[in-house]
Design a protein around this ligand. Structure first.
Ligand SMILES: C[S@@+](CC[C@H](N)C(=O)[O-])C[C@H]1O[C@@H](n2cnc3c(N)ncnc32)[C@H](O)[C@@H]1O
Length: 210
């Protein structure tokens, strides 16, 4: 399920400078995650980018891990953690697949995948990996662009932007497809709290059966 890190390395500095697109929705998503955290919680944020979410969750959990395949994204994330004096955050470079062994299976209380699942080559494999890493009863959270919800012809647009080096490979699907994928991966209690995000953004919480 790996993708080429080169695109993300190239845009990492610009990505880090951009403000959060929808701060109010971001805050509500964080509140929904925090409601599932305890002081002894272990969190893994996959596709963590420059670490904004990991750093927001760090004060609430025992330890937050961030994983991203882009070395540049992680370099910036580590710099932000150092500047913030956040010792309980660890950032890892690598793809989210079976090569990620920094955490044992069944060890994660909350696993987040934000703006990632439309980018992976094999969504089912990514979700299966997430479920294995979660503790029984652990919480999976995703915020995912479901471009199949839009009337805009994203397919050809993204193809052309990809030719110009301005977009990564993106898979287009609907919210209903993503919810089905979560259930097929074995997650239960799939919920979609209204966080006020744009209509094409799916925000789901689900649980590994406990
Ligand atoms: C759109 S950014 C989202 C960053 C962050 N989660 C956020 O919401 O701001 C997508 C990130 O996922 C990373 N990524 C893409 N495919 C990945 C994979 N297979 N494994 C790990 N990281 C991946 C990219 O390097 C990039 O930093």
């Amino acid at each position: 399920m790996s993708t080429d890190p080169a695109f993300w390395d190239r845009i990492a500095e610009k990505y880090a400078r951009q403000p959060v697109a929808d701060p109010a929705a971001f805050d509500r998503k964080i509140a929904a995650m925090v409601a599932h955290l305890r002081p002894d919680s272990v969190v893994l944020d996959v596709g963590c980018g420059t670490g904004s979410l990991a750093l927001r969750l760090a004060p609430i959990a025992a330890h937050v891990h961030g994983l991203d395949l882009s070395p540049e994204m992680i370099r910036i994330a580590r710099g932000k953690a150092a500047a913030a004096g956040a010792p309980s955050v660890t950032f890892h470079v690598g793809p989210f697949d079976d090569s990620f062994t920094a955490l044992p299976d069944g060890s994660v209380d909350l696993l987040s995948a934000c703006s990632l699942l439309h980018l992976v080559d094999d969504r089912a494999a990514a979700l299966a990996r997430a479920v294995r890493l979660l503790k029984p009863g652990g919480v999976f959270v995703t915020s995912t662009a479901c471009l199949g919800e839009s009337w805009i012809p994203y397919g050809p647009l993204i193809t052309v932007m990809g030719w110009l080096g301005k977009a990564p490979d993106v898979t287009i699907f609907t919210k209903a497809t993503l919810a089905d994928d979560l259930r097929r991966a074995g997650l239960v209690d799939v919920q979609a709290p209204d966080v006020g995000a744009k209509p094409e953004i799916a925000f789901f919480l689900a649980k590994r059966p406990g």
